[in-house]
Design a protein around this ligand. Structure first.
Ligand code: GLY
Length: 341
């Protein structure tokens, strides 16, 4: 078992990473919740895989009820948000009850948003079951839904009371979904943990230790910049260009981040910020985990970047590696970017 504490001013919480933790949930949840009822929110795929197991591991200590929604990004809507709230209210949820978000990123974002707003906020525990959610969205309290054709445009910062990660759930992921999480895991190594990156070259099993080492990077930036105003933006390494190609070419998020990292390294090298020796080790590691490494010229995508939400008042904050395991936020004006196009 590995344990991490996210230390925040008003709401610190623990992350427990343990093989088989799904069979042993009450032991941990009792640390943060001693009332009677728990409401699980999950999707139809995770329901079949883990819902019974989770209920069984809680039922001796709690009354457990649940709401199931269809899987996939198409569920991150106002309609599904309203549906979940209605179901919870029908089931007579109270503001001193607990929500469990059981599933991948969509379930985490949606359940967290429900927890942030129902009764003006009720506690929730995250049990992320995809590698992508374990690596990224379940930590740090970003919650939300898609609206008006824009991703995560309605949302709130709502930190969970606890996050429980069972690395055994990774085994149920198909290859592409596994790779999706690996993109973010490799990114954490690239921006903040060179030893993690080094250990990945032997293609180890993604176990408690690897997840722990990866989450240490995210924990660090969330602790110093909970509301994403500065250091937390370093988590966007690979995302600036990644977003530009993700939808256009139908990549999964982690796949787009993989290619986006290579594009950002090339740009950082051209600007003299990134040590040129960074490119090959990252390329090699992405290939090792079967992530896409197609070459896209970053200059062709700078126009898209100018219209991205990372463009704040005419200034784009690029994240560049300086060397492996270290990065910087590099601000460029529209004019400076224009000269590169
Ligand atoms: N996924 C980036 C963040 O949590 O800030």
């Amino acid at each position: 078992m590995r344990e991490l504490k996210v230390n925040l001013k008003d709401h610190s919480y623990k992350i427990y990473i343990e093989n088989g933790i799904l069979n042993n949930l009450s032991k941990y949840i009792k640390e943060v919740y001693n009332n009677d009822k728990i409401f699980i929110i999950t999707d139809d795929i995770v329901e079949k895989l883990y819902l019974n197991k989770v209920i069984n591991s809680l039922k001796n200590d709690y009354v457990v009820d649940y709401v199931v929604i269809p899987h996939g990004e198409a569920s991150k809507t106002l309609e599904k948000y309203a549906y979940i709230c209605e179901e919870l209210l029908k089931k007579e949820i109270r503001r001193n009850n607990l929500i469990i978000a059981l599933g991948g990123g969509v379930i985490g974002d949606l359940s967290g948003f429900v927890a942030s707003s129902l009764f003006r906020g009720i506690p929730y525990v995250g049990i992320p079951t995809s590698l992508l959610a374990q690596m990224d969205s379940s930590i740090g309290g970003k919650t939300g839904i898609d609206f008006y054709g824009r991703k995560n445009i309605l949302g709130a910062f709502k930190q969970p009371s606890m996050v429980l990660i069972d690395p055994e759930t990774i085994k149920s992921l198909d290859n592409r979904e596994f790779n999706n999480g690996m993109g973010e895991l490799i990114k954490h190594g690239a921006i903040g943990n060179k030893e993690l990156l080094d250990s990945l070259y032997s293609k180890p099993e993604i176990d408690e230790n690897i997840i722990y080492e990866s989450l240490k990077v995210k924990r660090h930036v969330v602790e110093i910049d909970e509301f994403d105003l500065n250091e937390r933006m370093t988590l966007n390494f690979g995302h600036t260009f990644g977003h530009a190609i993700e939808l256009k070419y139908g990549y999964k998020h982690g796949e787009a981040v993989a290619i986006g990292m290579l594009m950002a390294i090339k740009m950082g090298i051209d600007l003299g910020v990134t040590d040129p020796s960074c490119y090959k080790p990252i390329l090699d590691i992405l290939k090792l985990y079967n992530l896409p490494t197609e070459e896209y010229n970053y200059k062709d995508y700078l126009k898209d970047v100018l219209y991205d939400k990372k463009n704040i008042a005419g200034t784009v904050r690029f994240i560049f590696l300086t060397k492996l395991g270290e990065c910087v936020i590099y601000k460029m004006t529209e004019k400076e970017i224009g000269k590169l196009i």
